[in-house]
Design a binder for this molecule. Structure first.
Ligand SMILES: C=CC1=C(C)c2cc3[nH]c(cc4nc(cc5[nH]c(cc1n2)c(C)c5CCC(=O)O)C(CCC(=O)O)=C4C)c(C)c3C=C
Ligand SMILES: [Fe+2]
Ligand SMILES: [Fe+2]
Length: 350
């Protein structure tokens, strides 16, 4: 009789995980740590689209020699005893998301990963796969989709998948720029600020910029920022004259999305705005770009130009409304995966 293969054992039921991905941040506010971080970040072809042969000499010959020390001094000005603000808020948001999903009866793992620096996406995915995860939801800390950020995280997930024999079933959230929970959490944080400090003549919403060329090539980032700003203004009952949308963090000499934040702050002060409220709706958690660039540099620019009061409204950070919005978003994208009945030996949150 021809030999037959032994009957296969039943495939063990797998686990579900949510991976909350963010940009990443240096390990320390020092020039060597910032150089390592920037080298990885600025080598990503999604971030800098200049051909490698032209970009490499500029990156290694100029930028990585000059920028790390300057950026490290900025990082030092916002560093906390627990580390970089971006890491601290990402960790807290992950914990909040994990607790809420557990309270709602889901049995799954919730972890975070960074696109650049630690904990790296590949290392977190290795650990999840080794722990028996067979279904994965990738949720990102970018409410507005951009090829420079959202797609880059997906590149990292895809690069990891290429090395796997058994690739988990995967879903990802492309964006949530118009999500009612996200807009509601933003509105709630502005209203809480106004209740405590009164309100300014104008609410300026500053989003991270990207090169204008990316938009011309089809990146939906700008229209998504505009939609977020419009929905938030509607929710707050603001007229078009009572809010502004600007773009910050320009890098290099190419044209980026306009209007630029800092020149707008100067112009508004010069034109007579005395008190301004400023927020950064595209950043779920405070980080270098909000705490230093906006709340320090932007504040100085506004006050130097004749403004009298600059009120910075913090990012969503550990807002309970934001934690609920994130959990709702995750729940909607987890539907059908039976996470309330799936086994989870170690309901881990980290
Ligand atoms: C070089 C081009 C850059 C593009 C394009 C870009 C897009 C982009 N970035 C964020 C979010 C963040 N960026 C942060 C820092 C940061 N960004 C760039 C450059 C580009 N970003 C640099 C070089 C840096 C590092 C700091 C510096 O040296 O200036 C951060 C904060 C990180 C932290 O550690 O706190 C965030 C967050 C988005 C959302 C975005 C496109 C939509
Ligand atoms: Fe950036
Ligand atoms: Fe910046």
């Amino acid at each position: 009789m021809p030999s037959r293969p032994a009957p296969a054992a039943l495939d063990a039921p797998g686990k579900t995980a949510v991976l909350y991905c963010n940009l990443g941040t240096p390990d320390a506010p020092t020039a060597p740590a910032v150089r390592r971080y920037l080298a990885e970040f600025l080598s990503d072809p999604r971030v800098v689209e200049i051909p490698r042969l032209a970009w490499w000499p500029i990156l290694h010959g100029i930028i990585l020699r000059v920028r790390p020390a300057r950026s490290a001094a900025k990082y030092a000005s916002i560093w906390t005893p627990e580390g970089s603000a971006l890491k601290v808020w990402t960790e807290q948001q992950t914990g909040g998301l994990g607790s809420l999903l557990a309270e709602r009866g889901h049995r799954l793992e919730v972890h975070y990963a960074m696109r650049y620096g630690q904990p790296a996406i590949a290392a977190q995915l290795d650990a999840l796969a080794a722990g028996g995860v067979t279904r994965l939801l990738v949720l990102q800390a970018y409410p507005q989709y951009s090829g420079t950020t959202t797609a880059s995280v997906l590149d990292a997930v895809a690069a990891w998948s290429q090395r796997q024999r058994r690739v988990p079933e995967m879903r990802f959230v492309a964006d949530y720029h118009d999500d009612a929970g996200y807009i509601g959490a933003l509105a709630d944080s502005v209203q809480r600020h106004w209740a405590q400090h009164g309100r300014g003549e104008l609410l300026l919403m500053s989003f991270h910029g990207i090169p204008a060329r990316n938009i011309a090539l089809g990146d939906p980032y700008q229209v998504q920022c505009q939609a977020t700003a419009r929905l938030l203004a509607q929710r707050l009952g603001l007229t078009d004259q009572q809010y502004r949308l600007t773009f910050q963090s320009r890098f290099g000499r190419a044209k980026w999305l306009e209007p630029y934040t800092e020149p707008t702050l100067r112009a508004l002060a010069q034109q007579g705005t005395r008190r301004i409220d400023v927020m950064c709706p595209g950043f779920p958690g405070d980080c270098l770009e909000t705490l230093e660039e906006i709340n320090m540099e932007g504040r100085a620019a506004f006050l130097e130009s004749g403004g009298e009061a600059f009120h910075y409204i913090p990012c969503l950070n550990d807002s309970p409304a934001w934690a609920r919005a994130l959990a709702d978003l995750a729940e909607r994208h987890l539907s059908g995966w039976n996470t309330r009945t799936m086994p989870a030996d170690q309901p881990a949150v980290s």
